[in-house]
Design a binder for this molecule. Structure first.
Ligand SMILES: Nc1ncnc2c1ncn2[C@@H]1O[C@H](COP(=O)(O)OP(=O)(O)OP(=O)(O)O)[C@@H](O)[C@H]1O
Ligand SMILES: [Mg+2]
Length: 258
């Protein structure tokens, strides 16, 4: 299990350049993980994926996802976190190298990469044979995601998920909670670290929640998460919520986009 995430500050070359320029990353000294389900919450752009990707790269996963045997590193930008990977110290009570990194955002690229490998002549069985027998492109986004969860997550290891809700309906997010519960019951050395905006996923019992808001990474309680508070207000009184939102013309976008 991953116990501590630390930035060795003496290894940081440039605090003004990405990824150290991201306030939550800049203020990170040491995070102590004490649960087998750790959830990263926080507003868009606060650094959740940056840290998750760096943890994955440090552990040996591809930047776009996969595991140590199947690494997909093909985007142009993803090497910009290398400086953070070099500055990270991850402490485990047992580091096996097993696990999987699944990003809803780059799933399409990952599946295309698998298909391209299968198109090349090889003596080994096709990759698709390990993913249900056919290209994952012939499944929907959510079906692909669930197939990978089902086939790659039922074992010991470190499992990283970046915004699984981008692929999963609310009902399937509940299926994800069931899968996590099932895996944790059966495999004592399984651990999940998940970046999410979903109030459903954030509600996993006994999870350790970290907020990346307010320019620092800090522990919070479920009830304090902005995702829950906004959805709760919306559902409890949608008419009033929308009336206030739309008549008061509250700014939804930062000035930087204007
Ligand atoms: N390759 C990059 N180069 C420079 N800045 C970047 C790069 N990737 C991300 N950023 C910036 O770093 C900040 C953190 O991005 P990150 O993707 O980690 O946010 P996030 O918390 O995962 O957001 P979201 O909830 O939208 O996924 C953002 O301001 C983003 O614009
Ligand atoms: Mg993100």
């Amino acid at each position: 299990m991953l116990k501590t995430i630390k930035i060795l500050r003496e290894r940081v070359e440039d605090w003004n350049a990405y990824p150290f320029s991201v306030p939550a990353i800049q203020s990170l000294d040491e995070l102590n993980l004490c649960s087998r389900v750790c959830l990263f919450a926080g507003e868009n752009g606060t650094g959740k994926s940056t840290l998750l990707e760096a943890i994955g790269a440090h552990y040996g996963f591809g930047r776009e996802g996969g595991n140590r045997n199947f690494r997909n590193d093909c985007t142009r930008s993803n090497h910009s976190i290398d400086a953070l990977v070099r500055a990270l110290r991850l402490s485990f009570d047992m580091r096996t190298g097993a696990g999987y990194f699944l990003r809803a955002e780059s799933l399409f690229n990952t599946v295309s990469y698998m298909d391209s490998l299968d198109e090349e002549p090889a003596f080994a069985p096709p990759i698709s044979a390990f993913y249900g027998g056919r290209s994952l492109h012939t499944r929907s986004h959510g079906e692909t995601f669930l197939t990978l969860l089902d086939l790659k997550f039922r074992r010991n290891g470190l499992f990283l998920l970046d915004e699984p809700e981008a692929a999963l309906s609310p009902q399937r997010q509940l299926s994800l909670l069931v899968l996590i519960h099932d895996v944790l019951q059966k495999y004592r050395n399984a651990q999940f670290i998940i970046s999410t905006h979903s109030p459903i996923i954030l509600g996993y019992p006994q999870a350790q929640l970290f907020s990346f808001d307010d320019e620092s990474i800090h522990e919070i309680h479920y009830q304090e998460t902005t995702s829950l508070q906004i959805v709760r207000q919306f559902v409890n009184d949608r008419e009033k919520f929308l009336e206030e939102l739309l008549t008061e013309n509250l700014p939804l976008f930062d000035d930087q986009n204007e």
